[in-house]
Design a protein around this ligand. Sequence first.
Ligand SMILES: N[C@@H](CCC(=O)N[C@@H](CS)C(=O)NCC(=O)O)C(=O)O
Length: 223
Amino acid sequence: MAEEVKLFGAWGSPSTRRVEIALKLKGVKYEYIEEDLKNKSPLLLTYNPVHKKVPVLLHNGQPIAESLIILEYIDDTWQQQGPPILPKDPYQRSKARFWAKFLDDKFAPQIWKACWGEGEEREKGIEEATESLKLLENEIKGKKLFGGDNLGLVDIVAHFMAYWSEILQQLLGLDFFTREKYPNLFNWGDEFCNCSFVKENLPPKHELVLIFKGLTNSYTSSA
Ligand SMILES: N[C@@H](CCC(=O)N[C@@H](CS)C(=O)NCC(=O)O)C(=O)O
């Protein structure tokens, strides 16, 4: 029986991009369904009734939500296909999960505050994000990718830093994350963006600018 793999996502969503990168890495064929996040489809709400967010992966009728969980599901399900996303060694596996969680739980909110916070809140966000960036700069030192020689979980989760953050900073007139300050992280970003299946999945920069402008406008007008 042919497998059914569907991905509900949004093209401007970094969490969706993670899942697409993982599916491409594993060579899994899938149907992509673009969601309008301002008018979510009844199917999305049925498949992710708890968070009501993209991405959702539908595998033979079974929905899986939350990008970190989806990435592990893809790795477990298509073990025989493509390179592994998580290392086999239990200690290395736990380290990969640690940094992936760090990026989502700690770093992402700091970046959000640094970019869209106002006044003192923004300053605090920049200070906190700088501390995290220093930790990440140290973690990637001497390595080609976070996964070592091959792309892995942390690279996929951190992809936002490789491509989006520079554009975002330019738009917002910020400069706390630069090549001069974080040469290792920027070298990693170049390496990461040069992987063919990553390149294919990155939205064109000019389109990203439009998304970020929309986000910036909606944030400022609702604040
Ligand atoms: N922790 C979730 C975050 C997913 C998320 O924030 N999705 C955003 C797009 S990137 C979304 O669906 N936003 C719509 C909403 O919040 O209503 C994951 O990693 O999958």
